[in-house]
Write a protein that binds this ligand. Sequence first.
Ligand code: IDP
Ligand code: MG
Length: 132
Amino acid sequence: MIKPDAVEKGFIGPILEKITAAGFKIIAMKYTRLSRRDAKEFYAIHKDRPFFGELVDFMTRGPIVSAILEKDNAVEDFRALIGATNPAEAAEGTIRRLFAIDIAENAIHGSDSDANAAIEGAFHFSGREIYS
Ligand code: IDP
Ligand code: MG
């Protein structure tokens, strides 16, 4: 997902350019907005964290771009491309370093395992919306 902060700032194009230049193939994509129920479900693993309410507010305040990306070693390579959760700690040239401001508003989400990538892909897309 390209998160609401990055969409608001006009960074959809530059972020997609970084993603495709890094060799990821887009097999599903949509411009959409999460409901509060969606955001709570998507981030359910963090429901007991102190920042959960702030995270739901942030993720629902405007549209996002969601996508499914395909590449060999996609999860690990995408996490490397986006950088650390906190942009201040993200490596030079990573998407979060380039386009994000803080640990909450960090521009982009990437799945953290193949299993979660499958769950998160199915959260956003039906089978008919996936072109692999
Ligand atoms: P990740 O997105 O790098 O996988 P997670 O720890 O899974 O990081 O956290 C999910 C999202 O929750 C982060 O991307 C960020 O938007 C938000 N978040 C994480 N830690 C904090 C925090 O300490 N304060 C506010 N928001 C946070
Ligand atoms: Mg995570």
